[in-house]
Design a binder for this molecule. Structure first.
Ligand code: COA
Length: 185
């Protein structure tokens, strides 16, 4: 059987706790973390290790994956990010997607969109969820564009809900239904 977590540019795998030093670097780069809920506070190594360890534990509500680029030159680190489903609600069959491509040099190269499409396919066809939603911050135009490319629609926004970089910003909610995703395959 084909690998169900393999996309065109990336493959999704389990989180490797041994890579905590790598993802701790991502989580201490403000260019990356300004877009994340944690924000630009420094991330202690201990917390990155805890995340790596916790991601090994079975969970009904959260599923985490590492993102591996398939097309980098041999010898270059292929472990480039994480993608997760949070708050999986089995009754309403909806979950919240979170994603980070951690190294700036890999941003805007299509890896994020492919990782999202790969996870959506798995979510709708294997996990039998009906909807995936996400939220992002107003200034994250790269994310917004990637989510639109993956088929998400904007559903609403919480006005001036986030304080960052000395001002308030909207928090934008986006969602995609299984039917919409399948119609675009
Ligand atoms: C958000 C994220 C996952 C998107 O993945 P990615 O691999 O960088 O995105 P892609 O290359 O697939 O798509 C990005 C698109 O945005 C475009 N883009 C980049 N900067 C942009 C900007 N400032 N304004 C508008 N569009 C922009 C790119 O050109 C590309 O569109 P195109 O393919 O039509 O040219 C990734 O950028 C990331 O992890 N960023 C840091 C952390 C983060 O923001 N996490 C998500 C929090 S909600």
């Amino acid at each position: 059987m084909e690998n169900l977590l393999k996309g065109k540019r990336v493959q999704l795998k389990t989180i490797d706790p041994e890579k905590a030093p790598l993802f701790n670097q991502w989580f201490n780069d403000p260019h990356i973390t300004e877009n994340l809920q944690w924000g630009t506070l420094p991330m202690p190594m201990e917390l990155s290790k805890n995340f790596g360890d916790q991601a090994q534990q079975p969970s009904k509500t959260d599923q985490h994956f590492s993102i591996h680029a398939l097309d980098l030159p041999e010898g270059e680190e292929s472990y480039i990010g994480h993608i997760s489903l949070h708050h999986i609600d089995w009754r309403n069959r909806v979950a919240e997607l979170g994603i980070v491509i951690g190294d700036q040099k890999h941003l805007s190269k299509g890896y994020g969109t492919d990782a999202i499409k790969t996870l959506l396919h798995f979510t709708f066809m294997e996990m039998n969820l009906n909807k995936v939603m996400l939220r992002h911050y107003q200034f994250n135009e790269r994310g917004h564009r990637a989510y639109l490319k993956a088929g998400f629609k904007e559903e609403g926004r919480l006005r001036l809900q986030l304080y960052r970089h000395g001002r308030f910003w909207d928090v934008i909610y986006m969602g995609i239904l299984k039917e919409e995703f399948m119609n675009n395959q």
